[in-house]
Design a protein around this ligand. Structure first.
Ligand code: LMR
Length: 397
């Protein structure tokens, strides 16, 4: 019955993480998957999350199905987090928000919605982008194209080329943008560049789709929502998928949401209804435990303050690792510019290493990066940063 199936080649990120787990070498270093590890190399359990779960356990609540669009408390908390509690778009009721199965669930629901209600519309993603963006939209039957983004010559952004391409797109094209901490490059638009982008999106009647998976890892929780708030204030209609996997260190809980900013409350009601139809056809309703964690942490002032402090500490530790790696590499490979480690933001840096060099890092030194050259800087710690730098220096020279 199934002999005609093609074997699955595996996912470039998740398969690598599996390979790392199976690697018997005790000094192996995992810089592949986008997970924050603490200085001892563990996935942290945040105090606020632990406390929220303790309260949930003590309350011993029943576990009914959530509504199709998720927990009302979580949806409200997400809206406040993204837009700021008093944003005009919220007061006008023109934002439709659904709790989803991680932000990946949100991206997929949005992709299905676009296929159904914007037939013929194509999606434009940055070159490069997270591998799964392309897979998700293509899987939903939407054609995916790229706009220029990363400049390998400078380790920065090809902003003018990006704008030029966006100016040439047909109206209602979907433009996928990383709101902060670009995955895989760590190269973000500046605030001034976001402000330059908005008129292009408006004039060309484009439909932005923001992915905000690393809120708090760039410049701060509110700071990283800058693009979301700017687009909402500018009166654009757009999608935003956001995740708590990294910011609350709750990867396997699949805590995320999809919001659609619309022109009016009436439009938002239509969107919310059709999104619910899409969710029902996909996975029926989201997870109650994820909703409990997020709504308690964001809804309780004490837990929220504790969360903000934890996010700041995770962000600062990554910055320290960026500085340390930069320092050791600059000393070991004089004449080569590693400043990109300092200017790039969030969990990832694009190292510029070739696939062959990445393979050598893995095979000879047990250092795992994605073959595109993406490094998860959040996997570095005081115990492995020197060894990582030494291994990189060996494959570069
Ligand atoms: C990553 O980019 O490594 C993470 O977002 C994990 C994933 O699902 O790919």
């Amino acid at each position: 019955m199934f002999q005609h199936l093609e074997p699955y080649a595996g996912d470039p990120i998740l398969s690598l993480n599996d390979a790392f787990q199976k690697d018997p070498r005790p000094d192996k270093i995992n810089l592949s998957i986008g997970i924050y590890f603490d200085d001892a190399g563990r996935i942290p359990v945040l105090g606020c999350v632990h406390e929220a779960e303790s309260r949930m356990l003590a309350a011993s609540g029943a576990k009914p199905y959530l509504p199709i669009d998720g927990s009302p408390a979580m949806r409200k908390a997400v809206q406040g987090l993204l837009f700021g509690a008093d944003h005009e778009a919220l007061r006008s009721g023109r934002v439709a928000t659904l709790q989803t199965v991680g932000s990946s669930g949100g991206l997929k629901v949005g992709a299905d919605f676009i296929k159904r209600w914007f037939p013929g519309t194509q999606v434009w993603v940055s070159d490069p982008t997270w591998d799964n963006h392309r897979a998700m939209f293509e899987g939903a039957g939407v054609q995916v194209n790229t706009y220029p983004y990363y400049d390998p010559a400078t380790g920065g952004l090809r902003f003018e080329a990006m704008l030029e391409t966006l100016r040439s797109l047909p109206a209602r094209s979907v433009v996928l943008l990383h709101a902060c901490c670009h995955n895989p490059t760590g190269v973000d638009l500046t605030r001034a560049q976001w402000e330059q982008l908005v008129p292009v999106l408006r004039e060309r009647e484009l439909l932005p789709y923001l992915d905000l998976a690393y809120q708090g890892y760039g410049d701060g929780i509110d700071e990283d929502a800058f693009a979301v708030r700017l687009l909402a204030t500018s009166g654009l209609s757009f999608f935003i998928a956001n995740s708590f996997s990294k910011s609350m260190s709750v990867y396997g809980e699949r805590a995320g949401a999809l919001s659609v900013v619309c022109g009016s409350a009436a439009e938002a009601a239509l969107v919310a209804g059709q999104m619910q139809a899409t969710v029902r056809r996909n996975y029926s309703s989201p997870a109650i435990h994820a909703a409990g964690i997020v709504s308690q942490v964001l809804g309780d002032p004490g837990l929220r303050a504790s969360w903000a402090a934890d996010v700041a500490a995770m962000r600062d530790r990554i910055l320290t690792m960026r500085r340390d790696l930069h320092g050791v590499l600059s000393a070991r490979v004089p004449g080569r510019d590693f400043n990109y480690f300092l200017s790039q933001r969030g969990m990832f840096s694009y190292t510029g290493l070739s696939a062959a060099q990445v393979d050598r890092l893995r095979d000879e030194f047990g250092v795992y990066l994605v073959r595109s050259g993406r490094m998860c800087v959040a996997g570095l710690n005081t115990g492995n940063v020197e060894r990582t730098a030494a291994a990189m220096a060996a494959v570069i020279s």
